[in-house]
Design a binder for this molecule. Structure first.
Ligand SMILES: Nc1ncnc2c1ncn2[C@@H]1O[C@H](COP(=O)(O)OP(=O)(O)O)[C@@H](O)[C@H]1O
Ligand SMILES: [Mg+2]
Length: 251
């Protein structure tokens, strides 16, 4: 799906320590524009830390190394980055449509353009008839759809997803994964998707970065060119899943 070989995110010698604890240990890799990259790694290896370092929030300055977006240090005023976390992030005091419009208001989209975009996003995730509902009135999968609609609404250059479906049951997860792939194909957004679910990584990604335990490095980078739509019962799918499973047996 990647349209070209242009690099959007360049991670060079990324190293992060918390006190004496070496978490990310000299990690380098690139993410191409439009690519869907999955990062898999054991709990505590620093996956969330990596996303936080990408945006340099609070204590999350790299100890050494750098992360560039479009060849420049990350600047959230300039680079349009969205996140979806595992915890539902919808504001409880706002309706579904207000939640989806949130980032657009911050970016001061004109009202008519904003309405059009909100309508389109709500339709894409099947929430049009729930637009006036509050988060407390929604199911788990609907809440994740709100997060997805909100994240895609601002047409981000880069979408960061941190184990967003970790707490959902399998059938919901499959549905949301299919919707996510549709949105990704439709928008061309670059996605970095973190998971510890191997099947999910093989289902979604174009490339899988397999991390080691702390101090964390890259165990292997795997190109995933299985045709879409993918089928979890397919022989080639299972072969790749087994290959990744073998890599992480010693977590
Ligand atoms: N703000 C912080 N201060 C100190 N240690 C931290 C902080 N954030 C994360 N860590 C530590 O860094 C390691 C990686 O954490 P995390 O990035 O949450 O892992 P993952 O997301 O892969 O499960 C853990 O050992 C965690 O305790
Ligand atoms: Mg985490």
């Amino acid at each position: 799906m990647s349209k070209n070989d242009e690099i959007l995110v360049k991670v060079s010698h990324m190293t992060k320590k918390f006190g004496d604890l070496l978490v990310l240990n000299d990690i380098s890799f690139d993410v191409r524009k439009g690519e869907f990259m999955c990062v898999v790694g054991p709990t505590g290896c620093g996956k969330t830390t990596f996303l936080n370092c990408l945006t340099k929030l609070g204590v999350y300055q790299l100890t050494s190394g750098e992360i560039l977006i479009n060849g420049e240090p990350v600047d959230l005023a300039k680079h349009n980055v969205s996140y979806i976390f595992q915890e539902y992030s919808a504001f409880p005091w706002q309706t579904v449509e207000e939640n989806v419009a949130y980032g657009l208001k911050i970016k001061k989209w004109p009202k008519d353009k904003m309405e059009k975009q909100v309508n389109e996003m709500l339709a894409m995730v099947g929430l049009t008839e729930y637009r006036k509902y509050y988060p407390s009135q929604l199911s788990a999968s609907m809440l994740q759809r709100v997060s997805i609609a909100r994240a895609f609404a601002t047409q981000p250059d880069l979408l960061l997803m941190d184990e967003p479906y970790g707490q959902l049951d399998n059938s919901l997860r499959y549905k949301l994964e299919d919707e996510l792939i549709k949105l990704w194909q439709h928008t061309g957004t670059t996605v970095i998707f973190i998971t510890h679910n191997i099947e999910e990584a093989v289902y979604l990604s174009e490339r899988i970065l397999v991390l080691t335990n702390k101090p964390t490095g890259i165990k292997k980078e795997i190109v995933n060119d299985l045709p879409r739509p993918r089928d979890v019962t397919d022989v080639a799918f299972n072969k790749l899943r087994d290959e990744v499973t073998d890599l992480i047996k010693w977590w």
